[in-house]
Structures are given as structure tokens and as C-alpha cells.
Design a protein around this ligand. Structure first.
Ligand code: TEU
Length: 545
């Protein structure tokens, strides 16, 4: 029997599961180093069990110089000492399994760290056996081979003078892209994945998986021609055990592609994270340029995905992760209506078909931060600030974007209690805790019935109790209404109505007759009224005759 497992999971168990993403550096520090660690996570497993989740997606904990907080891996089969030891990891897998919680690791297969032994070898010479693990090109007249840009700013090419060659990196220069066209490289990656499967890990989140088949000579980054071929090979080599769940991060996915990724034959992945809904507030092709959310657009987006994958594939459901600003500060109201709007947003999402992913602190209604630029740690944010300054933008304008869009909004330490540093560390936190920890924290919410935490807990339970959540079809109501998001789910025997007021004003909405005898499964005001109150949300359930 594999290590760390105590039960067999049915195939596709993840369709009824709820996952919880942990950003280890910001979750819980057990040593006082100021950085969260694996033992810290173990100490919070009871909290997660109370919440009712079935699995943890752990952001990278492998050995890394931490240029991009672990998304730059220098050894795929070792734990970074910053987070603990291999024994700690084994203990986490074991302790989690005892609570029926699966561990899902984050695989960063598109690139490695520039400190990975492969890259150190690769840059030694053109005939080094590892040279072809990466993507090298000659320059053109003393310049990079082409003008491709990295996601984090600057050229996507960096020069190695000893070799007289440039290497390709879609992210920072410290994250050289791996060359998936090399079968030896692919085999090595598969071996390291199988290493973790053997340890009892039950699944993987695959970082920027739609970028692995890049072809920089043709300016192709996402969805390269060989992408699905590589995915099928990867899946056949590593994910065939029926209980393995896989979630690919795919910024370039549309419904059609997602059907292919998540096809029920399991030839590729279980599901993907797609980001269409997350891009609706951006304009001019940059995440830093914002426009207000137009609710009908969001509703149509969900409609497309819900209907498009129903019966064909599977959706993931999420509103937050470590790269995104906090949802309550984004689509909700993080002031007067913080608690109500956090619950409303969860209601909107948890009525849908798919597998929900909670990002740490979301279940508490944690919010964005607004700080001076010197307080930010994320390399994407810091690079953007420099580039925008050089382009002549004012400090105020840039900071407005940073405050609303920076990835650090999600990365402030978890707020456990009203104690110093929010109970996250006994030392000095690597990034300062959001000052609202005094009133937004886990300790004050776990035992309170009206808390955001208890609301998430209830939603999770509901999804397990009723088939409609996994089986029902989706129908959007009032498609053009700019304030109300309402939809129905329907299966052979059941119907569910989900109603959400996205505004701070009263709205009028009357459920149709068939719901008159229905049962209110959940409501963020605790009761129903004639009108829809600010940020009100509820679900009504009926069993068909
Ligand atoms: O993110 C992919 C990615 O493209 C992001 O950089 C995204 O465009 C950006 O964060 C939006 O602000 C993944 C990881 O989730 C992220 O943390 C890593 O930095 C990145 O890959 C590189 O590994």
C-alpha cells in the first residue's frame, strides 16, 4: 500500500469534493521564522477538517531559491528547508489522510529555477547533455532573437555570454523555460511526479500547463500545436491511477479546449482553472488597466462555462487564488457589507456545477491591502511599478493599480486570531499582516453561527448532501439585469434557485410559483423578505413531484 493513504477513493471522487488552497509561506509559521511551514499546516488540519474540505492544494514547497515564492524549483523531489523537511511532508500527508483530507501538490513543469542543476549544466556548453533541456537561440545583431516579452516584464530572452546564446523564459530570468520537445526531459519530469504519487499525494495542480508546448520562433506561448499530445503522454505516464485528481492552470482556455482538457475519458486532466471571469475587469490587454465589472457580462460568462461543460467535461469553481486580489474587495463591498457580500459571492459560486477551490482566508472574508510600494514583495508588482514609472505614469496612478490588482493582496499572512501578527507567527512576518486582523480572524469566526466561516462550512455540507449540485443543468434568469445574479439548476428530481443581489441597494425579485413550497437551504440574512436587501443571497430547493 502507498504511504500516507488509509482509504481508497472512488473514481471521480473530486466531483463532489471541495479543495482548499494553501500558500504555505503565508499560512502558519510554527518556528518563528516569519515564514509559514509544513508543521504549521499540520497544526491547522483540525481547523480545515471543521470547515469540511476534502483536499488541500499546496502551493509549491519544493526546493527553490524563492525568486517567485517557490514557482522557481531547483529540485522537484526535495522540500525547501524554509518549509521543513521530507519527514514533515510525510507527516502532513499522513495526518491529512487521517482526517480524510487529500494532499494535492503544485507542479511547475513549464520552467525550472535557473539554479536547478539541469540549468547549471545546460549553460556549461552547447554539447552538454542537459543543454537541450532548455530553449536556446542565437541573437540577432547583438539583440535577442525576437521581441517577445516576459509575463513579469522585460524581454523573454536572457543572454549567457559564456555560450553566446540566449535562453527563453516566459516568466522571470530566474525561471528558464523547459524544452518539452526533449523526451529525456519529459521522462525526468514524469519520474519526479511518480515520486510524489508513491508518497501518497492524491493529485496535482499544474502551473501554466497550457504554456508547456511553446514555440518561441513563431511567437507561440499558450496552446502550442503539441500541447494536447504532451498532456496525453503526461497523463498516461503519471495520472492513470483512478484517484489522482489533476487541475491544469490554463489562462488560454476557452470552453471548447476545456472540454478536451477535462474529457471524461481521463486522457488529459480532471479539470482546468480558466480565467475568463477573472479578466472581465481588465482592459487594453493588461491586468493593471481596470474597468468596472459589468454584471451581465459575468453572468453570460458563467452561463457559457456552466452549459458548455455540462455533460462534456468538468469545471473548477474559484474566485481567489494566490495571484488574484481578494474577491470581497473586488466584486463585493469590503466595508459596511463585507460579511454579507462575502457570503453572497460564495452563494453565487457554490450553487454551480464544478469543484470549488477556497483560497486561504476567503472563508473569513479577508480583504485587499493598500500600502506604500516599499511594502510589496511580489516581483510582478515591483517590476510593473518600475516599468510604469519609466513609461511616465504617475506614482498615484500606478499605486491605484497596485492596490487593486497586486498579487500581494492575496499573500498577506492568514489571520488566525486577534493576537500580535494575527497569530500567524511569533517572529516577524515576511510580509506584514493586514491590519484588520484584529476583527477579521479565524478565532472569532469558527464558533459563531453568523460568520463567513460558518457560512462556507454550511455551503460545503450542502453540496455533499444533494445531488443537484453535481448533476443539475444550469439556466440563467434575468440575463440582462445589472444587479441581480439569479439562476436555476435542474435535474430529473430536483430544482434549485440561486438568487444574489450584487448591489448595496434593495432590489425586487420574486421567485416563480414552483418555489413557493420550496425549502430555503441557505440565506445570508437568515430569513427571506419581500424585496432583496443589500447583497442578499439565498438558495431555494424543491423536489419535483
Ligand atoms: O501563474 C501564471 C501566470 O501567468 C501568472 O503570472 C499570472 O499571469 C499573473 O500572476 C497574473 O497577475 C502561475 C502561478 O500561479 C504564479 O504564481 C507564478 O508566478 C507563475 O505561474 C510562474 O510560475
Amino acid at each position: 500500500m502507498r504511504q500516507g493513504t488509509h482509504r481508497e477513493l472512488p473514481p471521480q471522487w473530486w466531483r463532489k469534493a471541495v479543495f482548499y488552497q494553501i500558500y504555505p509561506r503565508s499560512f502558519c509559521d510554527s518556528t518563528g521564522s516569519g515564514v509559514g511551514d509544513l508543521r504549521g499546516i499540520v497544526s491547522k488540519l483540525d481547523y480545515l477538517q471543521t470547515l469540511g474540505i476534502d483536499g488541500i492544494w499546496l502551493s509549491p514547497v519544493c526546493a527553490s531559491p524563492q525568486v517567485d515564492n517557490g514557482y522557481d524549483i531547483s529540485d522537484y523531489c526535495a522540500i525547501d528547508p524554509l518549509f521543513g523537511s521530507m519527514e514533515d511532508m510525510e507527516e502532513l500527508i499522513r495526518e491529512a489522510a487521517e482526517r480524510k483530507i487529500a494532499i494535492i501538490l503544485d507542479l511547475v513543469l513549464n520552467h525550472s529555477s535557473d539554479r536547478h542543476p539541469w540549468f547549471l549544466e545546460a549553460r556549461k556548453g552547447r554539447d552538454n547533455p542537459y543543454h537541450d533541456y532548455y530553449i536556446w537561440r542565437e541573437g540577432k545583431d547583438g539583440c535577442p532573437p525576437n521581441d517577445m516579452r516576459s509575463v513579469f516584464g522585460g524581454s523573454a530572452w536572457s543572454y549567457v555570454p559564456e555560450l553566446g546564446l540566449y535562453y527563453f523564459h516566459q516568466f522571470s530570468p530566474a525561471q528558464p523555460d523547459l524544452n518539452w520537445d526533449n523526451p529525456k526531459l519529459r521522462r525526468e519530469l514524469y519520474d519526479s511526479i511518480l515520486f510524489w504519487v508513491k508518497k501518497g499525494v492524491r493529485g496535482f495542480r499544474l502551473d501554466v500547463i497550457d504554456q508547456i508546448a511553446k514555440e518561441p520562433d513563431s511567437y507561440i506561448t499558450i496552446n502550442g500545436p503539441k500541447l494536447h499530445e504532451y498532456l496525453r503522454e503526461l497523463s498516461a505516464a503519471c495520472f492513470q491511477e483512478s484517484s489522482i485528481v489533476t487541475v491544469g492552470e490554463a489562462w488560454g482556455a476557452n470552453v471548447e479546449r476545456a472540454r478536451q482538457y477535462s474529457a471524461a475519458d481521463g486522457s488529459e486532466l480532471s479539470m482546468v482553472f480558466q480565467f475568463e471571469h477573472m479578466g472581465l475587469e481588465q482592459t487594453d490587454g493588461s491586468k493593471w488597466n481596470r474597468k468596472p465589472l459589468y454584471l451581465p457580462e459575468l453572468k453570460h460568462c458563467y452561463e457559457d462555462w456552466q452549459q458548455g461543460l455540462h455533460g462534456y467535461g468538468w469545471n473548477s469553481l474559484f474566485l481567489n487564488n494566490h495571484d488574484l486580489p481578494r474577491i470581497v474587495s473586488r466584486w463585493g463591498d469590503d466595508g459596511q457589507y463585507r460579511v454579507l457580500s462575502a457570503k453572497m459571492l460564495a452563494t453565487m459560486l457554490y450553487g454551480m456545477e464544478g469543484t470549488p477551490f477556497i483560497y486561504q482566508g476567503e472563508e473569513l472574508g479577508m480583504t485587499n491591502i493598500s500600502r506604500e510600494i516599499g511594502e510589496y514583495r511580489d516581483l510582478e508588482t515591483l517590476n510593473y511599478y518600475e516599468e510604469a514609472r519609466q513609461a511616465g505614469l504617475s506614482h498615484e496612478r500606478i499605486m491605484d493599480s497596485v492596490h487593486s490588482r497586486s498579487r500581494d493582496n492575496a499573500r498577506t499572512p492568514m489571520q488566525w486570531s486577534a493576537a500580535a501578527q494575527g497569530g500567524f507567527t511569533k517572529g516577524e512576518a515576511w510580509m506584514e499582516v493586514n491590519e484588520n486582523y484584529t476583527f477579521i480572524n479565524a478565532e472569532s469566526q469558527t464558533d459563531r453561527e453568523d460568520s463567513v466561516f460558518s457560512y462556507y462550512r454550511k455551503l460545503i455540507r450542502l453540496r455533499k448532501e444533494r445531488e443537484i449540485f453535481t448533476e443539475g443543468s444550469f439556466r440563467l434568469l434575468l440575463p440582462e439585469d445589472e444587479r441581480i445574479f439569479a439562476y436555476e439548476r435542474e435535474s430529473e428530481r430536483e430544482k434549485l434557485l440561486v438568487v444574489c443581489n450584487f448591489s448595496g441597494n434593495e432590489q425586487t425579485f420574486t421567485p416563480s410559483h414552483e418555489y413557493e413550497t420550496g425549502r430555503c437551504l441557505i440565506s445570508n440574512y437568515g430569513d427571506l423578505d419581500k424585496c432583496l436587501r443589500p447583497y442578499e443571497a439565498y438558495m431555494i430547493y424543491v423536489q419535483k413531484a
